[in-house]
Design a protein around this ligand. Structure first.
Ligand code: HEC
Length: 160
């Protein structure tokens, strides 16, 4: 799969350096018996993996195949419900990147989930029209919902 070409060399370099420093950190193992943090992080990684081909198709970097796109949107819809029960009260421990606001502001966290779930449902509806013009803005809406929640509820670095 082709990587998105960087438009500006400097941010790309910065991103590479940030990635390097992130890899250089020793990962804290998830020793909780329920492994809440690793469980939910694995689902979030699947979010990214599932959304990525739709993002590429929406931006014209991959062929838009309407029926494949529906299957991908359906997969994202099924995944989209899964992480939220994995944030119980005692699950704020390293290596989580969840901010304390997840537990301190539960109504706002639920609201961010609700907005996200709506965008995912709308993406599936758009996919079912079978037109690129419909899926393009719907993908952006989903990406915006991921970002909005991360800005408020996800820290840039893991807790220690
Ligand atoms: C309602 C809030 C919310 C939404 C919506 C959301 N996330 Fe997240 N995401 C989080 C939180 C909180 C974490 C940190 C979890 C942890 O480390 O315990 C996280 C972590 C992640 C991670 C890091 C996983 C890891 O291994 O550390 C990825 C990747 C990610 N999200 C991708 C996405 C994508 C892609 C979307 C949209 C399709 C999305 N998220 C939507 C809250 C959200």
């Amino acid at each position: 799969m082709p990587l998105p070409r960087p438009r500006h060399p400097v941010p790309a370099l910065l991103a590479a350096l940030l990635l390097l420093s992130a890899c250089g950190e020793t990962a804290v193992p998830d020793t909780h018996p329920q492994r809440w943090v690793s469980q939910r992080q694995a689902i979030f990684k699947d979010f990214t993996r599932t959304l990525e081909p739709m993002g590429l198709a929406a931006r014209g970097r991959q062929t838009y195949n309407p029926s494949e796109f529906v299957a991908q949107a359906l997969a994202l819809q099924q995944l989209s419900r899964k992480p939220w029960p994995l944030f119980p009260a005692d699950s704020q421990y390293p290596p989580t990147r969840a901010r304390p606001e997840v537990w301190a502001e539960p109504a706002a966290f639920e609201q961010a989930q609700a907005v996200y779930l709506q965008t995912v449902d709308a993406l599936l509806a758009a996919a079912q029209t079978g037109t690129l013009d419909a899926v393009r803005p719907a993908v952006v809406q989903v990406q915006d919902a991921c970002k909005a929640c991360h800005e408020r509820f996800r820290a840039t670095a893991p807790a220690r």
